[in-house]
Ligand binder design. Structure first.
Ligand code: PMP
Ligand code: GLN
Length: 399
């Protein structure tokens, strides 16, 4: 093989490339806070309570089922819509949990993660100029996903410090261009959850309109204090205008698997799949086969909420020895803490300083607001081994 570079060819390519440019579709976007804080944590060898991923091992049985699937030869494409036995198990779970009948053939699409499901749903429906109501603090992908589709995010702050939806404000912000309302329960970053009265309000806001709903339920099951998950799937009248997005990675403690699914009406699902089939086409096979077996054991998902609630309680108990003040968390991997007794720095300065000086990474909540609204609160991820939480709090006590 000739490895020599032909100098005249090289000059030609260099010249051509240096004259090429693209117009950024996301000119205001940098690198996500999760990437930034995780890189900083690893560079400084800090304990990472920033990015939301468990540091404890995932379920051994699920690992074995996926290994077995690989060994049995499930290593080729599954259908574009997803492995049918997995979709059937999901439909069965929904019938058991939410008493709703979902057609696995026409209403469930397996996706490479929840983020992708959300992006695909938005891309399926949004036209330039459409307005999308987003509640802030909002998960970081929502606004860019709307903007890249040339639609307009209409931002509404959740009422601090309870982080509740102000439905009166929602009514005021509805216009003839409102195409969609995005919901997230259990909520990232705050750990709040939708209540029955929110569903009633939502129902009255969308009645007699063509407004659609995107419901991000990637923290399904991770709900505490005997609260009921107000999944949109419980409400057939709302489901018919919704895309409901889930994540296996988040709930089964394997965020690196990036597998999830989207549930919608048959008509919307047909359109969703048109976008999906030319982007990812079909998702990882052995994980779908493994999960289709694993989901048959109800205990696997019924135990998840209690397990994560114990993590929240343990972390909260440890944190009571620090100067941080806990805001309530009712679900998800996260709890928000007020640090106003410690410092009046901005939350970004504060999180950077405590990562550098005390070796604990967290996430400043202001990054989840377009305006950078800073309520002097930071988000900690408690989905960690008890010893990780203990070591982190030993350090936080010193602040
Ligand atoms: N939505 C929210 C609110 C999240 O916190 C996450 C975090 N992972 C996602 C969506 C994306 O899930 P996935 O990792 O399955 O893409
Ligand atoms: N959802 C995770 C979090 O909120 C992060 C996922 C990601 O890094 N995009 O921490």
């Amino acid at each position: 093989m000739n490895n020599c570079i032909n100098p005249s060819k090289f000059t030609f390519y260099f010249f051509t490339l240096s004259n090429l440019h693209i117009h950024s579709k996301l000119p205001d976007v940098g690198t996500t806070i999760f990437t930034v804080m995780s890189s900083l944590a690893s560079e400084l060898n800090a304990i990472n309570l920033g990015q939301g991923f468990p540091d404890f091992p995932m379920n051994e049985d699920l690992i074995s089922l996926v290994n077995e699937a690989m060994k049995k030869g499930f290593n080729q494409y599954v259908p574009m819509q997803g492995y049918m036995p997995l979709r059937e198990c999901i439909a069965e779970k929904i019938s058991f949990l939410y008493n709703t009948t979902i057609d696995p053939a026409e209403q469930i699409t397996i996706t490479p993660g929840g983020t992708y499901a959300i992006y695909t749903a938005l891309t399926t429906v949004l036209q330039p100029g459409d307005e999308v109501i987003i509640f802030e603090p909002a998960y970081d992908s929502y606004i860019p996903n709307v903007v890249i589709n040339k639609a307009k995010p209409v931002l509404i702050n959740l009422k601090f410090p309870e982080y509740k939806i102000d439905w009166e404000e929602v009514r005021k912000k509805i216009t003839p261009k409102t195409r969609m309302i995005m919901l997230n329960s259990p909520h990232n970053p705050t750990g709040t959850v939708l209540r029955e009265e929110d569903i009633q309000q939502l129902r009255s806001v969308v009645a007699n309109t063509d407004i659609l709903i995107l419901s991000d339920e990637v923290y399904e099951h991770l709900i505490f204090d005997n609260l009921q998950h107000q999944s949109i799937i419980r409400f057939p009248d709302l489901l018919q205008r919704s895309f409901v997005c889930f994540s296996f990675g988040k709930i089964y403690h394997c965020t690196g698997w990036k597998l999830g699914y989207c549930i919608s009406s048959p008509i919307f699902t047909k359109e969703f799949r048109k976008v999906h089939q030319f982007n990812c086409f079909s998702c990882n096979s052995p994980t779908q086969v493994g999960l289709s077996k694993f989901l048959q054991h109800k205990t696997a998902y019924l135990a998840l909420g209690k397990f994560m609630q114990e993590k929240r309680d343990y972390f909260q108990q440890l944190m009571s020895a620090t100067k941080f003040n806990a805001l309530p968390s009712y679900g998800s991997y996260f709890q928000v803490y007020d640090y106003s007794r410690i410092s009046d720095e901005s939350d970004t300065e504060f999180t950077l300083r405590i990562t550098k000086d005390f070796g604990v990474a967290s996430i400043p909540v202001s990054v989840f607001y377009k305006s950078g609204k800073d309520d002097k609160v930071v988000r900690f991820c408690f989905a960690k081994k008890n010893e990780t939480l203990e070591k982190a709090v030993e350090r936080l006590i010193k602040i």
